[in-house]
Design a protein around this ligand. Structure first.
Ligand SMILES: [Cu+2]
Length: 293
């Protein structure tokens, strides 16, 4: 019997669960899945049986049939009870995963922006606090640009260690991670299959997404909303790191940012390396050399 059932068990196709609330979600999924399997065989089995029983026969006569109140009331009430029951059963896990008021106190906060076709992440750095940006201050939206998608106000001292990465998502293990998600163009869906997280991100508003992952490793991050021609490429890997590994990564990023902001003393152009020296390499491409004329 188990061998027969395992043929239909698509639940085995799920990726490994690494989320604290994942098992509860998988149980809900399993209940709905097996109810669907049972109803599928019941309805199609009956349909096949009746097709055979009432098949065309020599001398058979069709007759008009104007419904049956008992049957119609039954097939209205039974699904109503079934769907209401699934609704009540799933409410607890829905509250746990999606209600902002029920989310645990975050250990780590990250801001994510979907874009065609990738993901920008803003980390608060080692101090764990974001400086002024478009998420926490609407007026900072004026600072948003292609090179500053989060509208970070670098004049705010708290912004000094805030850093942005593209398609490089890192979270610590065994921590309540709160992600504030939005999009800079169209609808995207922030999908972490192993973490059992899937949340649409919508331009113009912020969605709260939380999870707590109990296993370190490298996993898949994908966009689960058909968002344009490059949708297929909107995937990346993310890492669940040990606490020390995560802190080391934050320190490394802070150093990289400090180096990038430092005065470019060593990078000063050498003599003879003026823009004019490039003139001879002009390819004739109109969009190439913005410095000419
Ligand atoms: Cu997308």
């Amino acid at each position: 019997m188990n061998d027969i059932l395992s043929v239909f068990d698509m639940l085995a196709w799920f990726p490994e669960n690494i989320s604290t609330f994942g098992q509860e979600l998988d149980n809900l999924f399993a209940v709905i899945y097996w109810i669907s399997v049972a109803i599928f065989f019941l309805t199609f089995g009956l349909m096949g049986y009746f097709m055979w029983k009432y098949r065309a026969r020599e001398g058979g006569r069709g007759y008009n049939y104007h419904g049956n109140n008992i049957v119609e009331i039954t097939w209205t009430i039974l699904p109503t009870i079934l769907f209401a029951g699934i609704g009540v059963y799933s409410d607890a896990i829905w509250e746990t995963t999606k209600y902002s008021s029920k989310m645990p106190k975050p250990d780590v906060e990250i801001i994510v922006l979907g874009k065609q076709f990738g993901w920008y992440f803003l980390y608060p750095g080692a101090d764990g606090t974001f400086g002024r940006n478009a998420y926490n201050d609407r007026t900072a939206r004026a600072l948003m640009s292609a090179t500053n998608p989060f509208g970070i106000d670098e004049n705010d001292p708290a912004s000094a260690d805030d850093f942005v990465v593209e398609n490089q998502f890192r979270v610590p293990v065994n921590a309540n991670v709160m992600v504030r998600g939005s999009s800079i163009d169209v609808l995207h869906s922030f999908f972490l299959p192993h973490a059992r997280v899937k949340q649409d991100v919508v331009p113009g508003t912020w969605m709260n997404i939380w999870f707590n992952l109990f296993k370190t490793g490298t996993y898949e991050l994908a966009c689960a909303e058909l968002c344009g021609g490059g949708h297929y490429a909107m995937r990346a890997e993310y890492q669940v790191l040990s606490k020390s590994g995560y802190d080391a990564w934050l320190d490394q990023k802070a150093m990289e940012k400090a180096a990038a902001l430092a005065p470019p003393a060593a990078a000063a152009p050498a003599e003879g390396e003026t823009p004019a020296a490039d003139a001879g390499t002009d390819t004739g491409n109109d969009t190439g050399d913005v410095w000419s004329e």
